[in-house]
Design a protein around this ligand. Structure first.
Ligand code: ADP
Ligand code: GLC
Length: 458
């Protein structure tokens, strides 16, 4: 089977969040199962890319001319879409954390290139991701079997209605209350729509948690479903992690204690017997960073320490810096840091994820893989991956807050600390989380089923 796969991110080279991990992890897994997957990625420049061949494309009149550069980044085969003048150092945001003002033009051009390449190569299935690639379906001259994965309903790419013109007879699918909505067009035109966890699929159909898209999604009936993401268990592997400098596994977690000591030293703390809580995230309302900062005030009472690694919105970074200035027990590391993130997953005891909504969430799985017990809200993919250890002592893998609030998270954190202080409970919960198969094997097989259904139906 030949899949044309298009995404705005590819971990670890261009990664803002889980979309990058998704692209790298799912594509590697599909390729290892024998599928031929051509990955299209915007050319952001600055990647360690080895060029093998160049193609030019027949682009629509409104677009700049575009070149496709096929080659490799390390061992990963990829085709970069180079559009003069549209390349940016960050996929979405300028240095002040605000969206580039030509994001519509950039991703419409990317989508037009995907459509042109699909016409030339005739893939069995075109796999699109998020709003950045959703215009493709309205720009194809000949229909191609297609699947759209929605990673986040909060980002729809809504823009001026002038853009409707580029879709000619398919403009209706993209028309949204007097504007152009790339994502609703994708939802209307893709053969199948998949979101990244079963519970988020249910939430997406409920008006209050659908970001306005419950009706268009419901209109697609059985064509819309949830498939839970995996994580790349070769990249996230406590038995082989170059960022940690030591190894452990579920049978032998001793070195995790040493990882904790090293992490504390890196953060400027002496080792102690208090639980160490970690959080690695984009700084944005979705992730409940404000809720986490409320909990900083409780660290003295609970007797715990906390480290937050994050980058994103300015006001949240300011609030985090302020909280760190006022507490000896809290460190905020501003920025995107792959190495430190691995050491936080490895060295912490508990992992905090107070998300307001979470389509899938990868960091709770990364935490469990490293024996770090997640403390989460009960939303989306968190509901599908974490079992509360007080509610289900035999199967529990973490602690789940009853509702999305600081008080509920404080309760869950308190329960987690109590369990962590019991060596037996800590060991049991940790072992269960570590022994779950979070790999891409199962979700990739489910995507292959979807590909087969789509291509045989056409
Ligand atoms: P989202 O995609 O909504 O940001 P996910 O949990 O799906 O959330 O994925 C986030 C990914 O980005 C994870 O691989 C996580 O480890 C990584 N990540 C997030 N913030 C940072 C950061 N500041 N530094 C390093 N890695 C980060
Ligand atoms: C989005 C979601 C996150 C999900 C990721 C990968 O960024 O916020 O929950 O894990 O996409 O699908």
């Amino acid at each position: 089977m030949r899949i044309l796969f298009a995404s705005a991110e590819l971990a670890p080279y261009v990664k803002v969040g889980g979309l990058g991990d998704f692209t790298a992890g799912l594509v590697r897994s599909l390729r290892s199962q024998g599928l031929e997957v051509d990955v299209l990625l915007p050319d952001y420049g600055g990647m360690p890319f080895t060029l093998e061949s160049v193609y030019s494309l027949d682009m629509p009149g409104w677009s700049v001319p575009v070149e496709l550069r096929h080659g490799r980044i390390d061992d990963f085969a990829v085709t970069l879409v180079s559009a003069p003048g549209l390349s940016r150092p960050h996929p979405y945001l300028d240095s002040a954390g605000v969206g580039w003002d030509d994001n519509d033009r950039r991703f419409f051009t990317f989508s037009a290139a995907i459509a042109a390449w699909a016409e030339q190569t005739n893939p069995d299935v075109l796999h699109l991701n998020d709003w950045h690639t959703s215009p493709t379906l309205g720009l194809l001259a000949n229909p191609t079997p297609s699947l759209l994965t929605i990673h986040n309903l909060a980002y729809q790419g809504i823009t001026d209605n002038d853009w409707l013109e580029v879709f000619a007879r398919r403009s209706e699918a993209y028309e949204w209350f007097g504007a152009t909505n790339p994502l609703t067009g994708g939802i209307a035109l893709a053969d199948r729509i998949v979101t990244v966890s079963p519970t988020f699929a249910i939430e997406s159909l409920q008006p209050e948690t659908s970001f306005g898209l419950a009706a268009p999604l419901a209109a697609r009936g059985d064509a819309f479903k949830g498939i839970l993401n995996g994580i790349d268990t070769d990249v996230w592997d406590p038995e082989n992690d170059p960022y940690m400098g030591l190894t452990y596994n579920e049978e032998m977690v001793g070195p995790k204690r040493e990882m904790r000591r090293r992490l504390m030293a890196e953060l400027g703390w002496d080792e102690n017997n208090e639980p160490l809580i970690g959080m690695v995230t984009r700084l944005t309302g979705q992730k409940g960073v404000d809720i986490a900062l409320d909990l900083v005030n409780l660290l003295d009472v609970i007797g715990a320490r906390m480290v937050l690694l994050g980058s994103g919105e300015r006001d949240l970074a300011l609030a985090a810096n302020q909280a760190a200035a006022n507490s000896e027990r809290f460190v905020f590391h501003e920025g995107y840091d792959e190495g430190l993130s691995h050491r936080i997953f490895g060295g912490c005891d508990l992992y905090l994820m107070p998300s307001r909504f979470e389509p899938a969430g990868l960091t709770q799985m990364q935490a469990m893989r490293y024996g770090t017990i997640p403390v989460v809200t009960d939303v989306g993919g968190l509901h599908d991956t974490v079992i509360d250890a007080d509610e289900d002592p035999d199967l529990g893998t973490g602690f789940v807050a009853a509702e999305v609030s600081s008080i509920s998270m404080a309760d869950a954190l308190h329960r987690a600390v109590k369990a962590w202080r019991s060596t037996k409970r800590r060991g049991d919960i940790r072992r269960r989380g570590m022994s779950i198969d979070w790999s891409w094997a199962v979700p990739a097989a489910l995507y292959v089923d979807e590909y087969q259904a789509i291509s045989s139906a056409r």
